[in-house]
Design a protein around this ligand. Sequence first.
Ligand SMILES: Nc1ncnc2c1ncn2[C@@H]1O[C@H](COP(=O)(O)OP(=O)(O)O)[C@@H](O)[C@H]1O
Ligand SMILES: [Mg+2]
Length: 392
Amino acid sequence: MENKEQKYSSDENNTRYKSGNEVVQSNSTEKCHATEIDLDLQDIEGIGPTTAKKLKEAGITSVLGLAVTSAEQLAVDISFSKDTAAAFIVGAQNLLRESNVLEKEFVTADFVLKERKSMLRCSTGSKSLDGLLLGGIETQAVTEFYGEFGSGKSQICHTLCAMASRPQSEKGFDGKVIYVDTEGTFRPERLQQIATARGFNAPEILKNTAICKVYNSTQLELIIKDLGRQINKFKAKLIIVDSVISLHRAEYLGRGTLADRQQRLNSILHKLVRIAEIYNIAVVITNQVQSSPDAFFGDPTKAAGGNVIGHTSTYRIYLRKSGENRIAKMIDSPYHPYSDTSFTINNRGIDDVEDYMNREKLEGLLDPNLQLDTVGGIEENGFNDSKKKYSG
Ligand SMILES: Nc1ncnc2c1ncn2[C@@H]1O[C@H](COP(=O)(O)OP(=O)(O)O)[C@@H](O)[C@H]1O
Ligand SMILES: [Mg+2]
């Protein structure tokens, strides 16, 4: 404690640090997200050099890393009791709050609103999908895209890699991307194509996208555990996990293993939610739909993974094919209206239907708002028919 007092005695936030557990209000000036403050594991109450060493050996190298760990996992990793592990985690979270890195436990709603304003949005590359998401994917949230094979999940992920590099003034994150690929479907050539077609600096974008290929569920769990360190190292603003479920689904077969699988998925998802909030970054995950025999009695359009994923993702979007195009539908969100829209896939990644079909014809002729409104409104047959009619 003494050492921490010294560390922050010249800090302008020091009054906050001393003020204890009062409710934080919107006129306070502290930062709520992880900053570059160099906190040490040993600054946490009850953690000395030996425990700090043990934690580091278990891959937990920072206070933030400890704060986002689950007690069950930590107890196993450092062979302490669950209570002791939980006490360390709470200690880490308290230290982050005291240092104004993490928000206090009780805050007023106006403060939360102000804090939400530090949230950033990144365009998906399609105006219509951005419209569905009220502007794009968000930091401090986990956005889940689910749908059957070929519905465009990985194409959205590739396009986001290109879009995230854009300056914030151009609806990007001005940041780097970590792409966790569990299905082996990431293609650098495709990212290059998308970036080039959009007139972006493709070599730069490829350099700013870190790919992590994962081959089994245990490896995925370890990577998610270590994500905090990688985010700091790579300065990532977007984490993509494509897909979050395939490995667990393939490895945990049969009813006997279901509880174990769900618990492991639950741990991954909760960690992703905490990471998104604490680091003020966006997390995008993809998920499969339930297929036969699971879907035999139920809805074939249900996402796999059951309630575990559904209850943890902040936003869920269901994707399905519709002829050449794709339909995206908002399934679950705390504040988005439950609407749907359509987009297409082309050399620009994901794109707007009209923009693609009428790019040259429409350029400069139509009000952009008009384009947004009409997305999804064109009936394929009607469109084709009229085309036939006029082309002779
Ligand atoms: N360069 C491209 N131009 C047009 N369509 C493409 C291109 N690349 C991929 N696609 C389309 O994207 C679809 C695959 O989408 P994908 O996102 O990989 O599916 P999933 O949902 O399984 O991840 C394919 O049907 C293919 O037609
Ligand atoms: Mg895919």
